[in-house]
Design a protein around this ligand. Structure first.
Ligand code: GLN
Length: 484
């Protein structure tokens, strides 16, 4: 059963081949026997999952099942889940049981999807390797001595290892696409504002966006159909007409104009990654797509700009964790200042503290103009580069990451090297565009991801372009040894 995609599982459920309870039990057994060597889940919610599965089976009998009713999923532990620990992989929230559901969680509940558990991640979604988690690193199922990427590393590893057919993730600077690439799955970061951020613990509010992670583009579309939609509780949520994100799956690619950004094909890309991306370009050419070189002249500034904007916003967002209202509180505080300082010092890990300090500095009087304001101006130039490019092309194709999965510990000593692993993904968040990563081949036995970037609200077209590739290739069907 676990070799099936979400679309196939939905068909099997509809045809009565399997019940949601059977399916949920099957995945729970896999989690129990296989997650020990991956650590992809922080919390397993077996009882709640089975309860939802029973309700889903009953709804089906009553003729009330929707497209995904009964299909089990997992949520990144950044989404608040009522009555269940929501930790953001931080010691700060290790004891936090959310009193409410995130907008995204509500939507999957209403769709009748059992939730198997909450996935491991980088602490507060800050990282590119899942090594900053309070609950320990996640191992990549393709090679358990390597990282799965981050920050949605647990979601990516769980889907790649077939412990769940789909997972939610969040992408602030690449955290859906980079781990999807390093684990050989498909992940989509929607247009900023498509998916509600309500109840999604905030890291950098102007960049954060939730999205689906699954094995195929079609599955991502099915999940996005559930996830996307207006939410009045999120002030940046966009009101758009309802849309079927899988409406363009079978559209022809003849005449499609695909842009290749010169800046993304320069130095720093691993030769194995370059080979795979060039093969993907040939594939699309055969389907009738045309390639055009485009320039994104300011994209080289995206990593430095991001590392001003994201820490600035995080320093403000994380100010709420003060040891007073909820979360970690130090033992026997002497006075209020001691309570704040020790609670935050003990509750946050090193990377989170580093970001808070950088962000506080960048926002302080006297530096605000020089750093934050300047970064916002360059951010506009980065978005304008894409605007110009999309006057010439329909989608942009690029690598998702410069290398394949690196070894655990390989980059932890040097934050800047770690930050550079998002060099191809970050500009997209600064511009608020939709983009995805899909498996495009292997280099030395490790998955390589291809990135497709679309214009605002062009998710359906992106998914169609990805689906056509997946119809003609088998990379998305490969399972890591031991997890088939
Ligand atoms: N790796 C980037 C960071 O550490 C992006 C993380 C993310 O997208 N949440 O900030």
């Amino acid at each position: 059963m676990h070799d099936k995609t979400i679309a196939e599982l939905a068909t099997a459920l509809r045809g009565g081949e399997v019940s949601s309870v059977e399916l949920t039990e099957h995945y729970l057994r896999r989690i129990e026997s296989l997650d020990g060597c991956l650590n992809s889940l922080i919390t397993v919610t077996a009882e709640q999952a089975l309860e939802t599965a029973r309700a889903a089976d009953d709804a089906r009998v009553r003729g009330e099942a929707g497209p995904l009713t009964g299909v089990p999923i997992v949520h990144k532990d950044i989404f608040c889940t009522q009555g269940v620990r929501t930790s953001c992989a931080s010691r700060m929230l290790d004891n936090f049981i959310s009193p409410y559901d995130a907008g995204v969680v509500e939507r999957f509940k209403a769709a009748g999807c059992p939730v198997l558990g909450k996935t491991n991640m980088d602490e507060f979604a800050m990282g590119s390797s899942n090594e900053t988690s309070f609950y320990g690193p996640v191992n990549n199922p393709w090679d358990t001595e390597r990282v799965p990427g981050g920050s949605s590393g647990g979601s990516a590893a769980a889907v790649a290892a077939r412990l769940a057919p789909g997972a939610t993730g969040t992408d602030t600077g690449g955290s859906i696409r980079q781990p999807a690439a390093l684990t050989g799955i498909t992940g989509l970061k929607p247009t900023y504002g498509r998916v509600s951020r309500w109840g999604m613990i905030a890291f950098a509010s102007s960049l954060d966006q939730g999205g689906p992670m699954a094995r195929t583009a079609e599955d991502c579309g099915l999940m996005l159909n559930v996830m996307a939609g207006f939410d009045a509780r999120d002030s940046t949520s966009l009101e758009r007409p309802a849309e079927d994100f899988n409406a363009c799956l079978n559209s022809t690619l003849r005449g499609l104009k695909i842009g290749l950004p010169r800046e993304f094909f320069g130095e720093g890309m691993d030769p194995g990654v370059a080979r795979v991306i060039n093969e993907a370009i040939d594939f699309y050419r055969k389907l009738g797509a045309e390639f055009v070189d485009v320039d994104l002249p300011h994209s080289g500034l995206s990593v430095p700009v991001y590392y001003v904007v994201a820490p600035a916003e995080c320093s403000s967002n994380l100010a709420r964790f003060d040891g007073v209202r909820y979360g970690h509180r130090c033992e026997a505080p002497k006075d209020l200042m001691d309570l704040y300082m020790r609670s935050r010092g003990e509750g946050f890990g090193a990377e989170v503290q580093r970001r808070i300090m950088v962000g506080t500095y960048a926002l302080s009087a006297g530096y605000f103009d020089a750093y934050y304001l300047k970064a916002q101006k360059i951010r506009r130039l980065i978005a304008d580069d894409f605007r110009n490019a999309f006057e010439q092309v329909d989608v942009i194709l690029a690598p998702a990451t410069p290398t394949t999965a690196f070894r655990l510990g390989e980059k932890t000593a040097d934050p800047v090297t770690m930050y550079l692993s998002d060099i191809y993904t970050i500009a997209v968040n600064l511009a608020g565009l939709p983009a995805m990563s899909l498996p495009a081949g292997f280099a030395e036995g490790l998955p390589v991801g291809m990135q497709l970037i679309g214009n605002y609200f062009d998710e359906a077209r992106l998914l169609g372009v990805a689906h056509q590739y997946q119809m003609g290739t088998e990379w998305h069907q490969m399972a890591p040894a031991g997890f088939e």
